[in-house]
Design a protein around this ligand. Sequence first.
Ligand code: F0G
Length: 355
Amino acid sequence: AHQWRGVIREYFDRLPVEEGDRIISLGEGGTPLVHAPALSALVQGEVHLKVEGMNPTGSFKDRGMTMAITAAVADGAKAVVCASTGNTSASAAAYATQAGLTCAVLVPAGKISMGKLSQAVAHGAELIQIDGNFDGCLDVARKLAENYPVFLVNSVNPARIEGQKTAAFEVVDALGAAPDYHLLPVGNAGNITAYWKGYQEYHQDQLISALPQMWGFQAAGAAPIVAGHPITDPETVATAIRIGNPASWEQAEVARDESSGVIESVTDDQILAAHRWLSAKEGVFVEPASASGVAGLLKRYEAGQVPAGKTWVITVTGHGLKDPDWAINNPELQTSQGNDAAPTQVPQDVETVAR
Ligand code: F0G
């Protein structure tokens, strides 16, 4: 029987790893590409979701973290550090544990979901809450790595991008071609950079004859690339992408421009409507930020910017259980009768339950 061996072993020849390296892996990657019937019917095309919540710690970060922690071990590091809106810290904590490394995570105080926080705690990370936002955390993390013997595992580390590019390989391996369009959320902009790198490498090796257009979506309150300048006080319900000065800003613009794509913003209402669409119509439960790509498709569809007869892949980046409050508190669930997520309580009696 074949078991998926994690992205390093599956794509060894396409990654900067050496024979003999100690590979730190939790079996990441190999995530399902799920056909989305309701979205497909709407846009009269084929829409697929790359469900990255199925990774070991519940987000796409694991693809990059297997590479970053493997690199840290090869480097002889004893400790790793990252700044995070939550998912990177959960992933770093888990992989560092397997490697036997100390892991320090810097997170914006009060702005990361309980699910993600509990993962970092469970895996024994040094959890440091900073008075400030993600951008401030990343600034401190970079300076720590420059001045102290700690290894930086944010996506400014090229190993992270290398690992994350494997998601593009998997999409092509599943579809037999690149999609016409690839949509995804943009926060620190590492992932759009990584997908574009992956598609380009397959294109250079003639494994695909055409490249997709890359469509990235930032939350409207945290959309520096759309605005053309850093945002000092980014704000959005999608805390994972509450970022005002993305580290991979230029690379994201390169991906957009070389692919003739777009980077646009979606409002919190649009994000929550897409979150609800995914749960209620496709059966796919994601965290709010992860719905940004779908929000972008719906927004552009309404604007008449979505051609029929195309193939779409939308990356949904993290699992719904990371931040489950939004399933219950989603304003999309509020009806004139109140919140239809509220359970009905009845006596233990078959006839009542049946009624
Ligand atoms: N979706 C989720 C669920 C995320 O956690 C992130 C980033 C993104 C999308 C955006 O990806 O940064 O590569 O553009 N989360 C980082 C973190 C910042 O710390 O977990 P990006």
